[in-house]
Write a protein that binds this ligand. Structure first.
Ligand code: AMP
Length: 220
């Protein structure tokens, strides 16, 4: 199964992708996570990626396409994968179509998580994550069970994303509306687009996505 989660920053794509990864045994391909790892390397390319991310803009299509092309060839993608944060432009979407055709696979569904701007900003401004295992938390909606200790791995180190600052968030939303929103009609025309209410509780959103996937399941 090949699945795309689409939606603005803060819509819950990463959270839902993690659930789906566990539930369906799919690989989770988060381009934001991959770029953050590359940006931390201190190399020339890493510094460039860091600057682009801090600006709220998008990394060049060519770089992103190469990154995904190499990633989907890896063994953990054999059963299928969930794309979180890719494609973000029409050029990326078209390149993805070509890559899938080359390996004889198809997209099963593109799921758009709908969340209003006010909620997105509230969600993003309070989020933080475990610096060790990456588990996500929120100042208001999801504190660790024991304050200061990660529920999953027990680490006491947490971090906040540099690009979650209010001024960068506004630019990221602008990039989404200008460059990524045009993907919605692209996938709608292909009959692949499904809308899910991303304002609902996390578990409800997961259930809604599962029911979309059940409706699109191909006979094996
Ligand atoms: P995310 O974690 O998905 O919000 O991504 C964080 C940042 O990484 C974005 O604001 C972009 O600067 C960059 N990025 C992630 N995925 C892509 C992509 N597919 N194309 C271009 N830039 C991307």
């Amino acid at each position: 199964m090949q699945l795309i989660l689409l939606g603005p920053p803060g819509a819950g794509k990463g959270t839902q992708a993690s659930f789906l990864m566990r539930q369906y045994g799919l690989a989770k391909l988060s381009t934001g996570d991959m770029l953050r790892v590359a940006a931390a390397s201190g190399s020339e390319l890493g510094n460039h990626l860091k600057d682009v991310m801090a600006s709220g803009g998008l990394v060049e299509d060519e770089t992103m396409i190469r990154l995904i092309r190499e990633r989907i060839d890896q063994q953990d993608c054999e059963k299928g994968f969930i794309l979180d944060g890719f494609p973000r432009t029409l050029a990326q979407a078209e390149a993805l179509d070509d890559m899938l055709a080359t390996i004889g696979r198809e997209l099963d569904a593109v799921i758009e998580l709908n969340v209003d701007d006010e909620t997105l900003i509230k969600r993003i401004s309070g989020r933080f994550s475990c610096a060790h295992c990456g588990e996500g938390y929120h100042d208001v909606f999801k504190q660790p069970n024991t304050p200061g200790v990660c529920d999953v791995c027990g680490s006491a180190e947490f971090s906040r994303r540099e690009d979650d600052k209010a001024e960068t968030v506004a630019k990221r939303l602008e990039s989404y509306n200008r460059q990524t929103a045009p993907l919605l009609p692209y996938y709608e025309q292909k009959g692949l687009l499904y809308q899910v209410d991303g304002m609902a509780e996390v578990a409800t959103v997961t259930r809604q996505i599962a029911s979309v996937l059940a409706s699109t399941a191909r006979p094996s």
